[in-house]
Design a protein around this ligand. Structure first.
Ligand SMILES: [Zn+2]
Ligand SMILES: [Zn+2]
Length: 286
């Protein structure tokens, strides 16, 4: 081990779990020729680093300046440590400390990379509704306990298939250490039930649901954080029935639409209002 090597421990608190912080640290360590390890703890993230003084300092600077977009560091502390002469950099098993003090990331709406895969017929997650990655997907609603790891989430019931496991273990993959990683082979699926709780047989429950909506049915769609009651906005009798059952005679309902252009067909939008709406582009053939 060269003489100019030093060791440091970095303790980070804030929203640093479930936001790709460990993979980010791993990649940063390889960029700066740093050895050591990183682990989630019940107080945040703990990192042991070893390298030349110059590399350790540039690593520490990038750690807070280039942290992942969803991370929010509230506190970062550096401590001098003894050299352990680590030869590589590892992501260690999470550590449970007596102090539980970490913030949990909210659920994050689908990112552009995942949207692209979702509508790519060549992609193995084509039309898979539970698509997610290190930068997007459920967090808060699936966490049972901290530190944030798959066995402590509702995803513990789904063992990853080989392809998903390979992504999870590959530092170059955008799903490296993504805890809710899943695909149609190994992850959750959608099912449709009637109002008596009996499963409705359908080869594609989403298409079947769309057909039912068009026929005037009211559908409860179970999402991550609860249920959405849905009805066809252009079907007056469905809307009247929903208003009656919800005892919501006048209060407006939220409208869900395919894109901004179709919303424009239904109501008048000035440019300012239009900018406020999040516009997701999907291929017109979809
Ligand atoms: Zn994503
Ligand atoms: Zn899979």
């Amino acid at each position: 081990m060269p003489e100019d090597h030093i060791a440091r421990r970095v303790e980070i608190n804030g929203i640093v779990q479930g936001v790709g912080f460990r993979p980010f640290t791993y990649q940063l360590a390889s960029q700066h020729k740093i050895t050591g390890n990183v682990a989630n703890t019940s107080s945040g993230v703990s990192i042991h680093i070893e390298g030349t003084k110059k590399n350790v300092e540039s690593f520490c600077r990038d750690l807070s300046e280039k942290s992942p977009p969803l991370a929010h560091i509230t506190d970062i502390s550096f401590y001098d440590e003894r050299l352990n002469e680590y030869r590589d950099f590892k992501i260690l098993d999470s550590k449970r400390l007596s102090v539980m003090n970490t913030l949990i990331s909210p659920d994050v709406s689908v990112c552009d990379d995942c949207l692209h895969e979702l509508f790519d017929p060549q992609d193995r997650r084509f039309k898979y509704p539970f698509i997610n990655c290190t930068n997007c997907g459920p967090r808060y609603t699936i966490i049972d306990d901290i530190p944030y790891d798959r066995p402590k989430t509702s995803m513990k019931h789904f063992g990853m298939c080989r392809a998903c496991q390979a992504e999870y273990e590959d530092p170059g993959n955008r799903r490296f250490h993504a805890q809710p990683n899943a695909c149609k082979e190994c992850g959750p699926h959608v099912s449709l039930f009637d109002n008596a709780g009996k499963k409705v047989s359908a080869s594609n429950p989403i298409e079947k649901t769309a057909t039912l909506l068009k026929q005037g049915y009211i559908v409860a769609i179970k999402g991550l954080g609860g249920f959405h009651l849905a009805a066809d906005t252009e079907n007056d009798s469905a809307i009247v029935s929903l208003r009656k059952r919800k005892q919501r005679e006048e209060k407006p309902f939220a409208i869900m639409s395919y894109d901004v252009d179709r919303i424009r067909d239904m109501l008048t939008l000035n440019p300012k209002k239009k900018r406020c709406l999040h516009h997701i582009s999907v291929p017109s053939s979809f």
